[in-house]
Design a binder for this molecule. Structure first.
Ligand code: SF4
Length: 64
C-alpha cells in the first residue's frame, strides 16, 4: 500500500510510458505495481517500452 508520503516505486523507470498520458500505474492488493496502457489493445505491453506509435506526451505539470 502507499499514500501521499510514500509514493509507489515505479518499475522500469526508463520506460517511455512514464512520460505518456496513456499510462495508469496500477498497484495490486499485494503491493505489486504494474504499468497499464489505456491506448493499446494489450493493456500491459512488454516493458520497458522504448518506442511506441501511440505515445502522447503528458501535459506540462506546471506552467510557471
Ligand atoms: S501509449 Fe505507448 S507509451 Fe503510452 S502508455 Fe501506452 S504503451 Fe506506453
Amino acid at each position: 500500500m502507499s499514500d501521499e508520503k510514500t509514493p509507489v516505486l515505479r518499475p522500469f523507470p526508463n520506460s517511455l510510458c512514464h512520460r505518456c498520458q496513456h499510462l495508469r500505474v496500477v498497484e495490486s492488493a499485494k503491493g505489486s505495481v504494474f504499468l497499464k496502457c489505456t491506448a493499446l489493445p494489450q493493456k500491459y505491453p512488454s516493458q520497458p517500452v522504448l518506442l511506441c506509435p501511440a505515445f502522447q506526451p503528458k501535459p506540462a505539470e506546471s506552467a510557471s
